[in-house]
Design a protein around this ligand. Structure first.
Ligand SMILES: Nc1ncnc2c1ncn2[C@@H]1O[C@H](COP(=O)(O)OP(=O)(O)O)[C@@H](O)[C@H]1O
Ligand SMILES: O=C(O)[C@H](O)[C@@H](O)[C@H](O)[C@H](O)COP(=O)(O)O
Length: 234
């Protein structure tokens, strides 16, 4: 376990795009297009307890990308929005941003649900969670401390786009409690994974999510393929 932690610590940082400013995935896709033809079934994924957390503000495409990744790797899919207590849902539906107090138990619940699924035999889980602040991501990172084996291999996929792009998506989205008036507060709270966090912890992949759905899904799978097969080279 400690060994696993140290090994993952030694894994090189892998940016799908640099921390700032946002860029497109064009270079990543053209450099790595051959990887996208690799079928997940043909990939040799070491049997670690993979916990992939797809993060970013409302509208960045967490659910859209997480479902794709879960399907690709045969991992369980945990939709973070389904684990909020009613009080949180009521707040968000009323356009009131959650605060730290509102989020702690939710984050712990998501972490523990991921561990429950792994304990039941899932080879990996993909979790959607905005994880807007570093301290929230740190809660999920503690999964390896509570893993039974313990082998949990936590990785974050941060979907990055500008506020206007996400505002437009949330405005167009139907039937969701999170309305576009919450996007401003999401960005106000957002602490993007910065270079220090990425370099120190080596568990964050940054994917530009401004492009079309399919492009973003492929870009995410390119970096996650490398994480899961231990072939990240940067
Ligand atoms: N890359 C994309 N381009 C355009 N629309 C997208 C993209 N990704 C997601 N969407 C749409 O934007 C809305 C928000 O996506 P969703 O996956 O629910 O994001 P999140 O889970 O981060 O809030 C949905 O209506 C979805 O269909
Ligand atoms: O799909 C979305 O619009 C978001 O995922 C949204 O539902 C919300 O971001 C989280 O559930 C938790 O709220 P916080 O992001 O404020 O922690």
């Amino acid at each position: 376990m400690l060994q696993t932690f140290e090994q993952s610590h030694l894994k090189p940082i892998h940016y799908a795009s640099p921390p700032t400013p946002p860029t497109s995935n064009t270079a990543l896709l053209s450099n790595s297009s051959s990887l996208n033809t690799v079928k997940a079934a043909e990939m040799s994924i070491p049997n670690h307890h993979h916990i992939l957390i797809v993060t970013g503000p409302a509208g960045c495409g967490k659910s859209t990308v997480a479902k794709y990744l879960a399907d690709r790797y045969g991992f369980d899919y945990i939709e973070g929005d389904e684990f909020h207590p009613q009080a949180n849902l009521d707040k968000m539906s009323a356009g009131i941003p959650l605060n730290d107090e509102d989020r702690w138990d939710w984050l712990i619940l998501l972490r523990d649900q991921a561990l429950v699924n792994l304990k039941k035999g899932s080879k990996g889980v993909v979790v959607t969670c905005s994880a807007l602040k570093k301290k929230y991501r740190d809660v999920i990172r503690t999964a390896r401390l509570y893993d039974e084996d313990p082998d949990a291999n936590v990785h974050f996929v941060y979907l990055r786009a500008d506020k206007q792009t996400l505002l437009a998506r949330v405005r167009a989205r139907q039937g969701h409690y999170m309305k576009d008036d919450m996007v401003e507060s999401q960005f106000a709270a957002l602490e993007e994974p910065d270079e220090a966090e990425c370099k120190q912890l080596k568990d964050v992949e940054i994917v530009d999510c401004k492009g079309p759905v399919e492009e973003v899904q492929i870009a995410a799978s390119v970096v996650v393929d490398k994480v899961l097969t231990g072939t990240s080279t940067q």
